[in-house]
Design a protein around this ligand. Structure first.
Ligand code: ADP
Ligand code: 5GP
Length: 188
């Protein structure tokens, strides 16, 4: 990438509703020099964006402009909307010695790994599909139709766990956070 990485770059993927946002937010709060990249998306904002997670919400034209100007490290389509990782923020943070977490889907994770081989990929898996359904319902941010589409997509994403450096099963939340923090602190 023509830039010296002093911090670690982590990709966190996993099915929608598995707890990625919750785990990343809690890990960032515990660690020094670790930040969560804020993605851009065309998806409309939820009434209440949960888990402290938020995006830069863009119009399709604004998104096109970022793509055309090579402003994204990667982008992918999810649920009919484009999502992408702003390049400059991530590269500057890494060069400054910060660890950066990208909470992105499996396709995006592959694109980042292809460009930056040092990337550490972490997959967050649910204990089972019932737990995932329950969490999506409890979060209450998607319609029943959207929930079913996300479950369907989750089945496809679960097949990619073998490509990941680490798989964390998010059953007990505190245990999952501890495992993730340990990976950031110890992996190099
Ligand atoms: P994601 O970012 O993967 O879509 P969230 O972090 O929004 O998922 O979590 C989805 C829901 O599941 C939230 O309501 C969250 O509080 C809940 N949750 C997260 N981890 C656990 C866990 N280990 N056990 C039970 N509920 C959990
Ligand atoms: P949600 O709509 O639930 O916030 O996110 C839907 C999916 O898009 C999740 O799997 C999330 O990880 C992924 N996602 C969020 N930001 C990005 C991004 O910048 N790039 C890619 N490729 N996926 C993203």
């Amino acid at each position: 990438m023509g830039i010296q990485m002093k911090g670690k770059l982590l990709v966190v993927s996993g099915p929608s509703g598995v707890g990625k946002g919750t785990i990343c937010d809690r890990a960032v709060a515990r660690l020094h020099n670790t930040m969560l990249s804020v993605s851009v998306t065309e998806r409309p904002p939820r009434a209440i964006e949960t888990g402290g997670r938020s995006y830069h919400f863009l119009t399709p034209d604004e998104f096109d402009m970022l793509v055309d100007n090579d402003g994204l490290l990667e982008w992918a389509v999810y649920g009919g909307n484009r999502y992408g990782t702003p390049k400059a923020d991530v590269m500057y943070a890494l060069a400054d010695g910060n660890n950066v977490i990208l909470e992105i889907d499996v396709q995006g994770g592959e694109k980042v790994k292809a460009q930056i081989p040092e990337t550490i990929r972490v997959f967050i898996a649910p204990p089972n599909e019932e737990a995932l359904l329950e969490r999506l319902h409890k979060r209450g941010t998607e319609s029943e139709e959207q929930i079913l589409a996300r479950i369907e997509r989750a089945r496809g994403e679960m097949k990619h766990t073998k490509d990941y450096d680490y798989v964390i099963v998010n059953d007990n939340l505190n245990k999952a956070i501890d495992e993730f923090v340990k990976i950031i602190e110890e992996d190099f």
